[in-house]
Design a protein around this ligand. Structure first.
Ligand SMILES: Cc1ncc(COP(=O)(O)O)c(C=O)c1O
Length: 389
């Protein structure tokens, strides 16, 4: 077999994703796409903001000589300067252009950071449930994922995190607003975590994965982690904020308060290159600096969230509304989420199993579907519930 044993095993661990998509394709072919309610994908439903589209068109038409060539591996200095200014304004932490590396999306940023930090056997603490690709990103660089349970309401359990720290711990990954739960971590929990990091007898970095930062509802704010956590590394992208997931544009920002920040920036610039990314897409770097700071229209998502959650609660599901991101993490009425997923599938509803995120007994619904999909799917959710009662 030409495929490595490691990748073969990873493929098996990720096989539920392939099975889910194959089943979705089969059902759509069999019953017609209009009769299938597909809640699996996390692609924002809105188009990129008009100002982003026009900035991109203007830059493409300029056709400046050299615009498509290599640049410093960390990205265009002026673009990094613009991002550093915004971050400094928002956090009060003095980021400079040297704190920023433009990356191939958030996934590219996370891989560059993990490669720069991990030696084989080093440990990375991940709060459950978690974005499934973390386990593979960590494995890419010889690390070991150490799960930490969260509380009943999916908020951070700081004592649990502290209990998982060993001499091998190098990184704690945080993702707030969270995929899949929608939870936003509180300022007080983050302050407690900073206390834990200060007490640790070796440096541990927080890798804060923030692609959903712009999605917070009902007046909730996402605490500025850079102001609270000293060993802070931000990874983010424009995939969700500006609906640019296919363009692969993001960045990492390394706090100047992090011990050894300069060496880490130097190392990440290098790992960004040798992982094969070389640099982030040139034209999209320029767009991020030049386009006005547009935010997604949250009213669209809030309305869909309320429609979905209120509709499910009325039918009899136990559901709590997400504070942020654009997913509903729904408790399944029977403990076996895979079994309930199949019952939903039989009714034409496609969802992602919670066990794929490391938390059985739940399924994830993405709110990136059109409003009518939510309305039309509710009778199918009702039939699925009736089947197990
Ligand atoms: C929590 C989380 N982190 C990272 C990513 C990767 O984002 P990007 O497309 O910018 O690489 C995603 C994408 O869905 C995500 O949900």
């Amino acid at each position: 077999m030409i495929v490595s044993n490691v990748v073969q095993q990873q493929l098996e661990r990720a096989s539920w994703i392939r099975r889910m998509f194959e089943e979705g394709i089969r059902l759509k072919a069999e019953r017609g796409a209009e009769n299938i309610f597909d809640f699996t994908l996390g692609n924002p439903s809105e188009d990129p903001p008009k100002s982003v589209q026009t900035t991109f068109q203007k830059l493409a038409q300029e056709n400046r000589s050299g615009a498509h060539g290599y640049m410093p591996n960390a990205g265009f200095p002026a673009v990094r300067e613009a991002i550093a200014k915004r971050l400094s304004r928002d956090t009060g932490v003095p980021f400079t252009q040297d704190s920023i590396i433009m990356t191939v999306g958030c996934a590219g940023a996370m891989n560059a950071v993990l490669k720069a930090i991990l030696d084989p056997g080093n440990e990375v603490i991940v709060n459950m449930p978690f974005f499934p690709d973390y386990q593979f990103y960590i494995g890419n660089h010889g690390g070991r994922m150490v799960p930490a349970e969260t509380k009943e309401d999916f908020s951070l359990d700081i004592a649990e995190i502290e209990s998982k720290i060993t001499p091998q711990t190098r990184v704690i990954i945080l993702n707030s607003p969270n995929n899949p739960t929608g939870v936003i971590y509180s300022e007080s929990a983050l302050r407690d975590l900073e206390g834990v990091l200060k007490r640790a007898d070796h440096p541990i970095a927080v890798l804060s994965d923030e692609p959903y930062k712009a999605y917070a509802y009902d007046g909730a704010t996402v605490p500025e982690m850079a102001s609270i956590i000293s060993n802070y590394i931000l990874t983010t992208s424009y995939s969700k904020t500006w609906s640019l997931a296919g363009e692969r544009i993001g960045y990492t920002a390394i706090s100047p308060r992090l011990a050894d920040a300069d060496s880490l920036i130097h190392a990440c610039t290098f790992t960004n290159r040798i992982l094969g990314f070389i640099n982030a897409p040139a034209i999209w770097q320029l767009v991020t600096a030049e386009a006005p700071e547009a935010l997604p229209d949250l009213s669209v998502y809030r309305e869909k969230r309320d429609l979905m959650c209120d509709g499910l609660a009325e039918i009899g599901y136990e559901v709590s509304k997400p504070q942020g991101a654009f997913y509903v993490f729904l408790k399944t009425p029977i403990p076996d989420d895979m079994k309930f997923l199949r019952i939903l599938q039989a009714e034409g509803v496609l969802v992602v199993p919670g066990s794929g995120f490391g938390r059985g007994g739940y399924v994830r619904l993405s709110l990136t579907v059109p409003r009518e999909t939510i309305v039309n799917s509710l009778p199918a959710f009702a039939r699925a519930l009736a089947k197990i009662q």
